[in-house]
Write a protein that binds this ligand. Sequence first.
Ligand code: PLP
Length: 428
Amino acid sequence: MKRDKLIFKLLDEEQQRQEEGIELIASENFVSKQVMEAAGSVATNKYAEGLPGKRYYGGCEVVDEIETIAIERAKQLFNAEWANVQPHSGAQANAAVMLAVLNPGDKILGFDLSHGGHLTHGSAVNFSGKLYEPHFYGVKKDTGYVDYEQLKEVALREKPKLIICGASAYSRDWDYEFIRAVADEVGALVLADISHPAGLIARGLLTDPLPHCHIVTTTTHKTLRGPRGGLILLGKDFENPWGLKTPKGEVRMMSALLDMAVFPGTQGGPLEHIIAAKAIAFGEALSDSYMKYIVQVKQNAAAMAKAFVDRGYDIISGGTDNHLMLIDLRNKNISGKAAEKALVSADITANKNMVPYDDKSPFVTSGIRVGTAAITTRGLKEKHMDTIVELIDMVINDPENETTLKKVRKRVHKLMEDHPLYRDKHLA
Ligand code: PLP
């Protein structure tokens, strides 16, 4: 077969972009070489519909072993009773949960997208807002913290079947115990989507939702530092409270309903190469070196938040408990869109983001979201956070000045050259 030079040339360019720039997108990270190797392995060739030991295809003995190891490691990492490692993504994991526990038209209560929630938590443009009846809670205008009283008020009024907590752009810990108490009062299930802080939760740096929430979903590629993918967990398996039936008319335990909602409910064949990469990433996340890494992620985020505040930036809620922060740029007279564009031209990647009570559209926005998961993998420490914020500040104060952008770009390249990515042995 002729080598596809065009695509490999583009992949080289992408690698160079990743090596040279400062990566602050809070949902991104750099996987280890062995995770990447597994993701590009022969397991991509295998069809394996079903679950280990119960497949609809022959020749699954080896991938059965791989998937079983992935499940066992996920359970160990999160102290869970049950796991499904097949969701192709975080959105797929949430789709499967909703298919398992809801009927079309049922009410759901999620964290408002414009306050930091995710599309799959009831947004009108997503299946979750189209198939179900979405209601929302948000953050308090004065504190930037989740408005738990509002959550309770809407829950008591609407009596949703599912309450969703977790977010894409929220820098604080969650009170899962309170949410569960509200859910019990109205007869709802609680889904915690821990896609962003999963790594911090797994290693005990944030409140663990598993003892409180009925179902937990996560992506595997953010702080968890695995391949792109999804995961569903149960702290404890339980009977479905509404006696929901499988397509065959049987009332089953939640684990069985969730398994069926992934396949055949929302997916076909699982991606066994990605499941192999997930197994490796879960193993890595159980290691001492990952523990050091994830502690550093949190310390870097705290140092970065302080550096922003010291330079007069308005961080929603005033700081961070996790790996990310949302910055309201309205006092800097620049939109999120313009800031993102200027930063990208200085080889600093961040994303524009709505801030709570934003007066600009989702395409323009008043904020940017930044996170420390990826730069910490590059080996950056607290002392570098001040430098990064200084560079961001230079760009934001002078976003159209090519001389400034060039100066920043040069310093960005030097910093990252000193912290190599795939040339570095710690990613081996
Ligand atoms: N849930 C949350 C909270 C997220 O932040 C994301 C992704 O950003 C997802 C779900 C969706 O994950 P994916 O992009 O893998 O579908």
